[in-house]
Design a protein around this ligand. Structure first.
Ligand code: NAP
Length: 293
């Protein structure tokens, strides 16, 4: 049984990004620049932003965090985004979600220049992913694919079940796993809160990717012997510990490979954000008219 080591794979990816950044500095005289916008004082968002800032420092990407007051208006936020889109010095823009009540996240995301959209949430990048064109991919599902690839766990020809259909994880995850790419070609079922008998569907799966946000919802009886589980869920237990969506301890002797939480998908999300920032830098320079073809 394999414990998939997200910390190790993420560290190797960050090292590769570090080398890419060094090469960019030599060629262009400056490092890629990531702009992060944090609106309001959501405690979890503040922690995530600090992680991102630290990761940027580590790989040599210049980051600047704009901390905007929770009372910022839609108009002011859009003006700020427009300025960042216009600025030639900014290579990547990340709008930390969720936004405070009253602000329209979809409208803001659609305003970001797709070439700077390091989260891969812009409708153009979502469309590109869905029709198999190159583009910036959402960091968490991209990180899951990189984990599978690192360990040679090819989804091709496998039955995969993605639990969750959010725009940031579940949907793009299903698209990547089923894509006609060397490391896609799975037959994917997407489940959600209205799926009857989730257990019966999961039991058919060679690969389960839960992205639910409910601690230990995927139990031993829902897992086929030998299945691979990549657990995206991150839940805080009453004792303060983090856990995934899978009943980890009780499935260990059933699965053939599994990610721990923490130390699985989480570190990959930040590492792929760094990789996306480098990709954004290159795309804007190398293909200025046709951004990500
Ligand atoms: P989300 O937007 O709340 O989506 C959760 C999905 O789970 C929804 O599609 C929901 O169905 C489905 N669901 C809820 N209860 C269910 C049930 N009982 N059975 C089956 N499906 C159920 O959450 P998200 O943003 O995708 O995040 C999901 C989890 O991943 C969270 O724990 C989050 O913290 C974690 N996460 C981790 C990372 C990382 O880097 N490790 C990154 C992003 C997110 P409906 O659509 O029907 O409501």
């Amino acid at each position: 049984m394999l414990i998939i080591d997200g910390k190790k794979v993420a560290a190797e990816l960050r090292q590769k990004v570090r080398n890419d950044v060094d090469a960019i500095v030599r060629e262009h005289g400056r490092a890629p620049h990531l702009a992060v916008i944090l609106v309001g004082d959501d405690p979890a968002s503040q922690i995530y932003v600090r992680y991102k800032e630290k990761a940027c420092d580590e790989v040599g990407i210049v980051s600047r965090i704009w901390r905007l007051d929770g009372s910022t208006t839609q108009c002011a936020l859009e003006k700020h985004l427009a300025e960042l889109c216009e600025s030639d010095d900014i290579d990547g823009i990340l709008l930390q979600l969720p936004l405070p009540r009253g602000l329209d996240a979809n409208r803001c995301l659609a305003m970001i220049d797709p070439r700077k959209d390091v989260d891969g949430f812009h409708p153009e990048n979502v469309g590109r992913l869905s029709i198999g064109l190159p583009g910036l991919k959402p960091c968490t599902p991209y990180g899951v694919m990189k984990l599978l690839e690192y360990y040679g766990l090819s989804p091709a020809g496998k039955q995969a079940v993605v639990v969750g259909r959010s725009n940031i994880v579940g949907k793009p995850m299903a698209m990547l796993l089923s894509a006609q790419t060397p490391f896609g070609n799975a037959t994917v079922t997407v489940c959600h809160s209205r799926t009857p008998d989730l257990g019966a569907i999961c039991r058919q799966a060679d690969l389960i990717v839960p992205a639910i946000g409910k601690a230990k919802l995927i139990t031993r009886d829902m897992v086929k012997p030998g299945a691979v589980i990549v657990d995206v869920g991150m839940n805080r237990l009453p004792d303060g510990k983090l856990c995934g969506d899978v009943d980890y301890d009780n499935v260990l002797d059933v699965v053939s490979a599994i990610t721990p939480v923490p130390g699985g998908v989480g570190p990959m999300t930040i590492a792929t954000l760094m990789a996306n920032t480098v990709e954004a830098f290159r795309w804007r320079r190398e293909r200025p008219l046709c951004p990500v073809d």
